[in-house]
Design a protein around this ligand. Structure first.
Ligand SMILES: Cc1cc2nc3c(=O)[nH]c(=O)nc-3n(C[C@H](O)[C@H](O)[C@H](O)COP(=O)(O)OP(=O)(O)OC[C@H]3O[C@@H](n4cnc5c(N)ncnc54)[C@H](O)[C@@H]3O)c2cc1C
Length: 456
């Protein structure tokens, strides 16, 4: 052990709301809080906004169809820059570069103070158990940011864990730490996404590999897998998938990394190196196969390997599989989830594709996420949004997709602005009476913006 000398960290800013992490949830939270009248600081460790959407090159939005508000505005903005792919694929494919631009425009226009290249590394509570500052590391050294309310949108729940919140990771009760205060079980695999060009999209073999509405779910994936096998390679994701973005640009999801922890930098590094080598090897093999694949080329692989699961922070409500089975309804719902259980195999020995073994999968229904699932249980002044909210393993596999992450971010952002503006803590708000009216005003602003865009 090395004892670091104690030091004084400057508090560089006091704002109403600090949002940690700028993925789909964080951007939505920051924009919504700023539009609701708060001064907002958004802190992101990478050099762009968007999280898995951009840094992870995901390229595919799910469960956005019934979402108004900020989600709709993002789709409108993408539409305006011709940033999404054909809409007959069953989800919304988008151009990751256009997504970066759209998110930056939305934040800048809303007056969000954006800080990139800066990681949240510590947090401090006051004597009343209220989160007082988050501390960052960057080229500017170590800085503290103070706020009335903080929102953890780091995906992995970094800020909440640093502040002292309890959490769970992965499947229940299997794996080291399963019985400890912070329970850790097997998690879904990570995936390094790749942007691909140079394929002959008119070729019938390639056409067979494309997602299209009306095709059986497994059909295009099996067709692509057969092509890899013909090329003499077996991708680590047994259900390899292509999303079409433009007539010449595609996002490929062909890799699974089983076992690495999202909370261990060396394991993430090893998984990244392993995944990138595999993606290149498999694309090289297709090119050697020739025919419609002879010109295939990798435009980019993700700067960050896609992490499906990190911490699920304990909140004042835990969303569970029982909510999914019952189709739970809540007056204080922040979002209705329509996407079902989606567990990618957590262990290569039990399969390399989607885990279809769960008997409950077909019995789930659309369900609500209530506001208290976004309110940290153990520390005051802290909201959660995105994949780190309070839920169990199976519920997380459903609500984590980005349409829901944006809706949660929006609700958390408005709630944070209302709390900070009225000198209350998030858990003291009545979501229906205090937050909904402000959220309604935000939705009206967005609808007006839409109408103005349609007229222009
Ligand atoms: C491979 C893969 C495939 C998926 N497929 C789909 C799909 O097809 N459709 C879909 O809708 N969803 C899909 N998902 C799920 C979805 O992408 C995530 O659940 C969603 O991005 C969660 O949003 P978020 O904002 O909570 O987290 P993230 O997108 O993970 O964003 C978190 C942000 O916080 C930043 N951050 C992290 N720690 C810190 C820190 N300490 N300090 C500062 N910043 C920090 C990160 O850099 C990142 O920008 C997929 C996920 C993965 C990984």
């Amino acid at each position: 052990m090395h004892a670091e000398p104690a030091r004084q960290t400057p508090v560089v800013e006091h704002v109403d709301v600090v949002v940690a992490g700028a993925g789909p949830a964080g951007v939505a939270a920051a924009v919504a809080a700023a539009r609701a009248g708060a001064s907002v600081r958004l802190i992101e460790t990478h050099g762009q906004l968007g999280g898995v959407w951009t840094t992870g090159l995901l390229s595919w939005v799910l469960d956005a169809g019934d979402k108004d508000g900020v989600m709709q505005e993002i789709l409108d903005r993408l539409n305006a820059v011709d940033g999404h792919g054909p809409l007959d694929q069953g989800g919304i494919a988008y151009d990751t570069e256009q997504m970066k631009r759209v998110l930056e425009d939305a934040c800048v226009e809303a007056g969000v103070k954006v800080r990139l290249h800066t990681r949240v590394v510590a947090a401090a509570r006051d004597a009343d158990n209220r989160l007082a500052v988050c501390i960052t590391e960057s080229k500017s050294g170590r800085e503290a940011f103070a706020a009335g309310v903080f929102i953890d949108c780091t995906g992995d729940g970094d800020l909440a864990a640093l502040a002292g919140c309890g959490f769970d990771v992965g499947r229940p009760a299997d794996g080291p730490g399963a019985s400890g205060p912070d329970r850790v079980g097997e998690t879904q695999p990570m995936t390094l996404m790749a942007l691909i060009t140079g394929i002959d999209a008119d070729d019938p073999t390639v056409q067979d590999c494309f997602e299209r509405t009306g095709r059986a779910w497994a059909e295009p994936k099996d067709a692509l897998l057969a092509e890899f096998q013909r090329a003499g390679v077996v991708p680590s994701y047994g259900r390899p998938t292509i999303f079409q973005i433009t007539p010449t640009l595609y996002a490929w999801m062909i890799n699974h990394e089983y076992g690495p922890s999202a909370l261990d930098a060396q394991q993430i590094t090893d998984a990244t190196l392993h995944a990138r080598a595999e993606v290149h090897r498999n694309i090289d093999a297709l090119r050697l196969l020739g025919g419609p694949w002879s010109g295939i080329a990798i435009v980019a692989t993700g700067a960050q390997i896609g992490v499906r699961e990190g911490r699920r922070i304990r909140g004042r409500y835990v969303v569970t599989i029982d909510d999914m089975l019952a189709g739970a309804r809540h007056d204080d719902a922040v979002c209705r989830v329509t996407f079902g259980i989606d567990v990618h195999s957590t262990n290569k020995a039990t399969g390399t594709g989607i885990d279809h073994s769960h008997q409950l999968k077909k019995k789930t229904q659309p369900y609500d996420i209530p506001y208290p699932a976004l309110v940290a249980a153990d520390v005051d002044g802290l909201l959660l949004a995105g994949r780190c909210i309070s839920g169990d393993f199976l519920a997380h596999s459903s609500y984590r997709v980005t349409g829901n992450s944006v809706a949660m971010g929006e609700a958390a952002g408005v709630a944070a602005a209302v709390a900070a503006g009225s000198g209350r803590l998030p858990h003291e708000l009545d979501f229906v009476a205090d937050v909904k009216p402000a959220q309604q005003r935000l939705h009206e602003q967005i609808a007006d913006r839409r109408a103005a865009g349609a007229e222009a």
